[in-house]
Design a protein around this ligand. Structure first.
Ligand SMILES: NC(=O)c1ccc[n+]([C@@H]2O[C@H](COP(=O)([O-])OP(=O)(O)OC[C@H]3O[C@@H](n4cnc5c(N)ncnc54)[C@H](O)[C@@H]3O)[C@@H](O)[C@H]2O)c1
Ligand SMILES: O=C(O)C(=O)C[C@@H](O)[C@H](O)[C@H](O)COP(=O)(O)O
Ligand SMILES: [Zn+2]
Length: 371
């Protein structure tokens, strides 16, 4: 049996642990009741995850003394992150008469985590919340840090709240059923942590990515490193008034691409948008003479090697023009007094927050990138 790693998110009286290892779902009941004695739970999941992991979670909870008061299994995919399914979750939680100190448990990828976390943040003005992430993306990124919310046709994650979980249980065993395309998408967010400020981690991934894909201790260590990196940033800037924006590397472009495909996962999923967005951020930085073009080449080569899309042209179907993409970018939550903010870079692992980026430069770059 492989090891369990614990990473703490240091938020004072709202601090919580991220446990990473195999077999955590089977022990979920004892782990949760030790931290949240007497809690009852509503499990929110999607139909794919339910088929493989819901029964194991229910029995893990009940054998550890945690009563399951409701189970909500929603359609899988990004389109579920909207008002209609938020209402369904809220109604089910209220219908089960869960109290403020009972917990919503998100069993799924980032879509379920963001949606269920938002519901937990608004029902009774804030219920307890536990993340049980089942995709690589959710284990390395979305289950940590308390950003919750839903999408709008006008842009990604435009409606939501910060609401921290009480506990994150990242059971590495569940990744065995994750489709390879989704594993790759999660890998983009993993590589992001190297590109932000951990150049040695990026170099390690370039060498060891096959072991990460295969599983075992290399995968657990990579997940733990991403969680440590994210926990550090979240502990010093929970509400994204400064440094936390670095975690948005690749997202300003990526979110615009997701909105432009109407959140159609058959064309583009979030991690793929981030992969293309990170290559664009490195190329844009080179175009602005901030970084060497060789760094963009290196980033693209690695993401391509693991099988990720790296160019807008890799997205199947027709894309809108540069003006429409810029229109989505101007809805980004980092826009301040109308000025665009981008995460740019001076090289691998040297990302920084660039305020007041001229929209004319962005537009010209997008026109070139669209060919
Ligand atoms: N809150 C944050 O900090 C944060 C960070 C990064 C991404 N996100 C959000 O996360 C979402 C993307 O998350 P995602 O990539 O996990 O997508 P997802 O939740 O849609 O999951 C991807 C797919 O994999 C399936 N799946 C998940 N786990 C599985 C398993 N173990 N076995 C079989 N199938 C499984 C799902 O059913 C789905 O079809 C986006 O909405 C993005 O905006 C949020
Ligand atoms: O946690 C953060 O902060 C992030 O930016 C992590 C991102 O990977 C994630 O996609 C997040 O949801 C993006 O946040 P947003 O504020 O740009 O919607
Ligand atoms: Zn992301």
């Amino acid at each position: 049996m492989s090891k369990t790693v614990t990473v703490e998110v240091g938020l004072g009286d709202r601090a919580y642990d991220i446990l990473i290892g195999s077999g955590l779902i089977a022990r979920a009941g004892e782990t949760i009741s030790a931290r949240l004695p007497g809690t009852r739970v509503a499990i929110v999941t999607d139909e794919n995850v339910a088929a493989s992991h819901l029964e194991a979670l229910k029995s893990g909870l009940e054998s550890g003394g945690v009563a399951v008061a409701a189970t909500i299994a929603l359609p899988a995919g990004e389109k579920t992150k909207g008002f209609a399914f938020l209402q369904e979750v809220v109604d089910a939680v209220l219908g089960a008469r869960l109290e403020r100190r009972d917990a919503v448990v998100a069993l799924g990828g980032g879509v379920i985590g963001d949606l269920a976390g938002f519901a937990a943040g608004i029902v009774r003005r804030g219920m307890d919340f536990v993340q049980i992430p089942t995709s690589l993306l959710a284990q390395v990124d979305s289950s940590v840090g308390g950003k919750t919310g839903i999408n709008s046709a006008r842009g990604k994650n435009l409606i939501g709240v910060f609401h921290q979980p009480k506990l994150v249980l990242a059971d590495s065993g569940v990744l065995d059923t994750l489709p390879i395309r989704e594993f790759r998408a999660g890998y983009a967010e993993l590589a992001k942590y190297g590109l932000i400020d951990r150049p040695d981690f990026f170099a390690w991934l370039e060498k060891n990515w096959r072991e990460v894909f295969e599983g075992g201790d290399a995968r657990i260590e990579a997940i733990a490193e991403a969680c440590r990196a994210k926990a550090d940033v979240v502990a010093r800037d929970e509400f994204e008034t400064g440094d936390r924006a670095l975690l948005n590397l690749g997202h300003t472009f990526g979110h615009a691409l997701e909105a432009a495909t109407a959140y159609d996962g058959a064309r583009l999923v979030h991690g793929e948008g981030v992969a293309i967005g990170m290559v664009l951020a490195h190329r844009f930085s080179a175009r602005l003479n901030l970084a060497s073009p060789d760094d963009a080449v290196r980033v693209e080569a690695h993401l391509k090697a693991v099988g990720l899309p790296t160019r807008i042209a890799d997205i199947p179907g027709e894309m809108p023009g540069a003006d429409k993409l810029l229109d989505y970018i101007t809805q980004d939550k980092k826009v301040s007094r109308g000025a665009l903010t981008f995460i740019l870079t001076r090289g691998i692992g040297q990302s920084f927050i660039a305020k007041d980026v001229p929209s004319s430069e962005v537009l010209a770059f997008l026109r070139d990138s669209l060919g």
